[in-house]
Design a protein around this ligand. Sequence first.
Ligand code: C2E
Ligand code: MG
Ligand code: MG
Ligand code: MG
Length: 276
Amino acid sequence: KLAGRACYRMYSAVDSEQGRRHQRLSEALVASLKTAPEEFSVVFQPQLNLESGQVVGYEALLRWCHPEFGSVSPADFVPIAENRGHIHELTEHLIRCVMRDLPTALVPGIDEGCRVAINISARQINDSRLEVVLAPFFDRLKGLGWQPELEITETHMMNLSPRCLQRLSSFRERGVAVAIDDFGTGYSSLAYLHTLPVQVLKIDRQFTQRLGENSRDSRIVSAILGIADALEMEVVAEGIETAAQLEKLRELGCMRGQGFLLGRPAELKSLLPINN
Ligand code: C2E
Ligand code: MG
Ligand code: MG
Ligand code: MG
């Protein structure tokens, strides 16, 4: 079905090979969470103000290094954790790592209002345990004078029930920033977008990466900036890899960005200026 309608495919050894790998990964994930949680770690990718070059936040990203499979992408193992009902455990582990890595106190005046974003999957927002899972994260960041941020992909955001939206609104009221991740890849209704408890749009990296290739892509990014402006939301451009893309984004008036050019995901202690 994934290959499209009105076609057929012969059974192939590759498909079943992939299926077997998926099955083995799935079993390994459950086992590792239980017996070797240290295989899961967290890296932080900086977000910069594109005008001043100041770091304005970090996105926390999960890593899994398995003795047999090596380094497994979160794009592969997060959906497995969701399906097997272990996504809260993973988030709890991520939060424990984040709290361990954050300094206990920050120098006043430096990095005030800096954000730390974590990614939340749709299934988690449906679950009332989410508040309990996130509470230590919220408390610790506020103690530092930093702001917690939750990223939810556009596709998931558009399908949230009223109860889930209420949950997000209550987070917002407690000073948590909410961001739509991978914006531009889903099907947002503009009328709906403005009713959401959202403060940040993260432009998906496919738009950033085509910037400069032709003027149409610049106009698309420009249009997203216009929508964000009309809705009084902030914008973060993801996936900035080249100086040309950075230049173009500045020219278009995009204030924030993230990408390999500005900083690869890394251990926090190698990123925090106050620790150096
Ligand atoms: P995302 O939230 O959109 O995260 C951005 C991804 O783009 C990260 O991949 C990051 O390493 C990568 N990236 C950043 N800058 C660049 C760049 O300049 N070029 C390119 N090519 N890539 C860049 P990563 O770490 O593999 O994460 C993939 C996805 O896995 C994330 O996408 C997020 O949806 C999910 N994920 C990661 N950690 C968690 C987590 O703790 N919980 C949940 N629910 N999902 C997570
Ligand atoms: Mg994200
Ligand atoms: Mg993204
Ligand atoms: Mg993504």
